[in-house]
Design a protein. Sequence first.
Length: 183
Amino acid sequence: MDQVFAPWRIEWVEREGGNDDVDGCVFCAFADGDLAEDRDRRVVARSARSFVLLNNYPYNPGHVMVIPHAHTGDYRDLDDEALLDHARLKQRTFDALDDGIGPDAYNAGLNLGGGAAGGSIDDHLHTHVVPRWEGDTNFMPVVSDTQVIVEAVDETYDRLRDAFAQQEGATVDGEDEAVVFAE
Ligand SMILES: [Zn+2]
């Protein structure tokens, strides 16, 4: 079975019955959400103007999205403060993935401009960060069973949360809350 390498096609997808309370843009709802729901929603870290969300259907273990709070699909709409905050949270994300998962490499990027780019949530931009390992292109068929993926995502959440929590400036409150960076 040949795999086409297309990590940008894989988006956050609602878990069955998991987000019945969300109207409208799910990323906006998560940005403003109750911190006590972060673990359930797989929000693993938050900065002042961005957050890190695990992809429920990861291309690889540790596949996350770094998402600015601003509801826009146009990267040029982000002001300087939002750009810097988003970039710094990406740096922290690479550190957390290095420490928590230890991949060989990364793909990181945005889908912009609608359906042709391959994304399914076009109106709220988000940077995919996909850890890569040597020879991992046939990974997905190996873990194509949904339950296996869900368990892997839960384990990844704990590993990344622990790694973010070790970073300078991290605040960790409730067991189910994302790690918060005040800056
Ligand atoms: Zn939004």
